[in-house]
Design a protein around this ligand. Sequence first.
Ligand SMILES: [Mg+2]
Length: 342
Amino acid sequence: MDTNPENGELGLLRSIRHRANQFQGRGGVRLGIGDDCALLRPRPGEELAVTTDLSLAGRHFRLDWHPAEAVGHRTLARGLSDLAAMGARPVAAFLSLGVPRDLTLAGAGSPSWVDRFLNGFFDLANACKTPLAGGDLAESPLALADIVLVGAVPRGRALLRSRARPGDLLYVTGSLGGAAAGLALLAQNGEKPGRAAPPMNARNEFPELLRPHFYPQPRIAQGEWLRRRRLATAALDVSDGLSTDLAHLCQESGVTAVVEADWLPRAEAASLAQALHGGEDYEILFTARPNARIPGLISGVAVTRIGRIEDHAPGKPLVSLATGCTIEPLPAQGWEHFSHEG
Ligand SMILES: [Mg+2]
């Protein structure tokens, strides 16, 4: 243990508890950090949605590429996006952190990596009204963050990926490929010898192009809106890339899909391949009956029709891509970044 208690595990736990308990009584947490368990109290008639997600240094983020704040934000965003895809309201988050000791140490006048991680984490938690109700902290040779998210949804009303029907139209929120375009920029810059990654400007800011990758916005409000209005027949979040996630939706629903290449809302600087296969955009992909009135904007985020759902037939590809009058199979080639690296 460090001689300065504020630098050690105890000090860190105290600071996390202080920041977390500012939320107590909100979001469905009756008792937060401090006892053996948290007590959660969903509203009458609700059921709970639970998701878990593991982020590993070297696999999901790199200490030399990603600002600590962005790692904290992304850890929570990944879990919140799963709740959004089910139309669930966030109730509570549980965070387990494993970090090498040097990442817990503050420098002269500069916060530790863990403090900066928590800044990013709590900024998003506040914005999405998600209380941190528990977790764990341990020294580890590798930095890792494990997040559990609990959400609530009226009984029997969660948006499922298994309910798409032939004739449905296919929609996506926001834009696609932005995270992949940012990651490509990071990788490009990281390969140049002697160059720091991420690339910073003179004011020590990262380029705006990296924002979708560093700070993806979970579509909580949009998911809840779709669930309340009963407009979506099926939904899931685009975490692994459109081609991969749409194949999941088709598989679970027993249908096929056709995507119109020209209709895709491509993020700035994103190529067609990045929009089709790039992961970590955390947009909601959903289907709706052809007569459903889907607005062009939900809670300030654009919604774009990108294709249609068709029936399943022997030999028919799960997902096809239409470009002008040509149509060809679209294999699932979701982004598996860092999988080839240490
Ligand atoms: Mg998901």
